[in-house]
Design a binder for this molecule. Structure first.
Ligand SMILES: *Cc1c(COP(=O)(O)O)cnc(C)c1O
Length: 360
């Protein structure tokens, strides 16, 4: 067996030990005589798997008691609609901060349900920074303020939690959840597709403050009504059982490595290897403002885009996969989520140096 060094933006690399554990347990989970995939979601085995995954996630993020954890489906793109359906609560409008491709999608979708006020935008900088909090024009009557805490395509990340007063802060954390400790109490709602930093695609995590739910618009599908899902322990319909099981194994893996503070330290060290090199390179560049650079997704360009194909095929030959940048921006992108070991980043930088020596 040989595994590539996988820089995919998502679905993304998982810890190899988790994959092995899942493989071992695949046909017969803990003597049940069944695969997790074959279990009733209402049977005692799966209820235990589900409860443990939730309790580990609560422990890792120190989620306060007055927050519900929901295991849903529909992805972050689904949440772009599900959030306004549930959180407008009779209000007319919501504030959105525009920092790139993913917040653009959130804004476009929300416009189908609400009046959207773009309270700040990084467009003038070509989405290479987070607009400073002082520049946001927030509406005190907004139903919520929406941010994308890490722009997976542009490589722009919030390294602060914006204060939005009494208006609930909503964050799409798909690509940086569990990468560092956060203060959940400063958010009204957090959502994340699992396939970047947690587990398989198909599971969406929602963490929501209890007092914000229960006023969904009447047209909201029952499966997407936070209150109905909360009241039925995320089992209003069949949840993505196997994805929840793998997520639980990943939560264990994080806990065993020291939790989110340890993840944050590793992630800072990993990103520094790459950014320090980019900083002094004559061949590669990253356009993002230093203070707002993502520790999870590092986009970079070669000075001459005619070299892109040679760069990618050399990487492939060295066992490094999925470095091609998003189709909307071109160039390269190295996604270095929790499960990417520092050795993977060091191997990438060693190759980049070698390639630079040949081409400048
Ligand atoms: C990947 C990603 C999405 C898309 O999520 P889906 O699960 O495909 O719906 C949305 N937002 C961010 C920040 C992402 O990284």
């Amino acid at each position: 067996m040989s595994r590539v060094i996988n820089f995919s933006a998502g679905p993304a690399v998982l810890p190899e030990s988790v994959l092995r554990e899942a493989a071992e347990e695949m046909p017969d989970w803990h003597g049940s005589g069944m695969s997790v995939m074959e279990m009733s979601h209402r049977g005692k085995e799966f209820i235990a798997i589900h409860a443990e995954a939730e309790s580990l996630l609560r422990e890792l993020l120190a989620i306060p008691k007055n927050y519900k954890v929901l295991f849903m489906q529909g992805g972050a793109i689904g949440e772009n609609a599900i959030v306004p359906m549930n959180l407008l609560r009779g209000k007319a409008s919501a504030d959105y901060i525009h920092t790139g491709e993913w917040s653009k999608k959130s804004i476009a979708e929300a416009k189908r349900y609400a009046k959207v006020n773009v309270a700040a935008s990084a467009e003038a900088s070509r989405f290479t920074c987070v607009p400073p909090r002082e520049s946001w024009r927030l509406d005190p009557d907004a139903a919520y303020v929406h941010i994308c805490s890490n722009e997976t395509i542009g490589g722009v990340e919030y390294h602060f939690t914006p204060d939005t007063g009494s208006v609930p802060l909503v964050a799409d954390m798909s690509s940086n959840i569990l990468s560092r400790p956060i203060d959940v109490a400063r958010y009204g709602l957090i959502y994340a597709g699992a396939q970047k930093n947690i587990g398989p695609a198909g599971l969406t995590i929602v963490i929501v403050r209890e007092d914000l739910i229960g006023q969904a618009h009447p047209f909201t599908p029952s499966a997407f009504d936070y209150k109905q899902q909360a009241d039925s322990d995320s089992m209003l319909n069949t949840p993505p059982t196997y994805a929840i099981y793998i997520a639980g194994l990943v939560f264990h893996w994080i806990k065993a490595r020291g939790g989110l503070a340890a993840m944050a330290e590793r992630n800072r060290a990993k990103a520094a290897v790459l950014y320090d090199y980019l900083e002094q390179s004559a061949l590669y560049s990253n356009p993002v403002a230093r203070a707002d650079r993502s520790l999870m997704n590092v986009p970079f360009r070669l000075k001459d885009e005619a070299l892109d194909d040679a760069f990618l095929s050399g990487a492939q030959a060295r066992g490094m996969a999925q470095l091609k940048g998003h189709r909307s921006v071109g160039g390269m992108r190295a996604s270095i989520y929790n499960a990417m070991p520092i050795e993977g980043v060091q191997a990438l930088v060693a190759y980049m140096k070698e390639f630079e020596a040949q081409h400048v």
